[in-house]
Write a protein that binds this ligand. Sequence first.
Ligand SMILES: Cc1cc2nc3c(=O)[nH]c(=O)nc-3n(C[C@H](O)[C@H](O)[C@H](O)COP(=O)(O)OP(=O)(O)OC[C@H]3O[C@@H](n4cnc5c(N)ncnc54)[C@H](O)[C@@H]3O)c2cc1C
Length: 226
Amino acid sequence: MAIVQNIFRLLAKKQLTHDVFELKFTSEEALAPKPGQYIMFQLPSGLKRAYSIAFHEGNVFTFIIKQMSYESAGSREICDFPIGQEVFGMGPIWHFVLTDGDVPRLFIGTGTGFAPLYFQIRTLEARGFDSKTEFLFGVRKTEDMFYQDEFTRLSQSGKEFSFMQYLSQDESETTEKGYVTDKLTQDYVASFQEFYICGSPVMVRSVRDMLAGFGIPKESIKFEQY
Ligand SMILES: Cc1cc2nc3c(=O)[nH]c(=O)nc-3n(C[C@H](O)[C@H](O)[C@H](O)COP(=O)(O)OP(=O)(O)OC[C@H]3O[C@@H](n4cnc5c(N)ncnc54)[C@H](O)[C@@H]3O)c2cc1C
């Protein structure tokens, strides 16, 4: 799909945690993004900021954005938009996209690296989760968790999907204490054929190094970092 310069209008906003917002925009143009792509917004201040498409239904696009608190932050500006605000966005862009094949896949994410992975997982849900699909997702504390009901729903769908929530600084009955990398062993990763990683550069680097150490070919690993 060609990259389109487009007007997005804020339709709805929901605060998911103390600093993460779900924003739904309508798009003026009909777009057909691939799961994993992003939109480059040109904010009214002039800042350009990229945000991954977390989901879309028709012309309604969902984004999950962590709001930085300081005055000049682009994320603060977009999360403070009033309903109805219009903004230019260019896209959909980039190569971090889900393949078409029916293969076992492991998704690994932290923080708002969740967004493109969620779009990819929902696409696999629509395809019927034909192959094993697992998602290891990490945040720091209980207060940083979001979309839990959604992952309970997907996990209980009876399909080949499982979800593990990691908390690096908290414990709870339904979560794992530690980092997403704790799960990665030679035996565990051997049962997957494709790997999708998104989150902080440090996490992405360490997962890629571990997978390379386990002999996973580079072509099987897709990643995005921010
Ligand atoms: C392909 C792609 C997709 C992305 N998708 C998403 C997404 O889905 N969701 C999402 O939340 N983000 C996403 N991002 C990141 C996003 O584009 C921005 O980089 C992010 O929102 C930070 O921009 P900002 O203007 O708020 O912060 P910036 O002003 O760019 O600041 C960046 C960093 O500098 C530091 N900093 C700068 N000035 C100050 C200050 N005055 N005080 C304290 N610290 C300061 C902060 O630590 C901050 O982390 C994506 C990035 C890329 C490249």
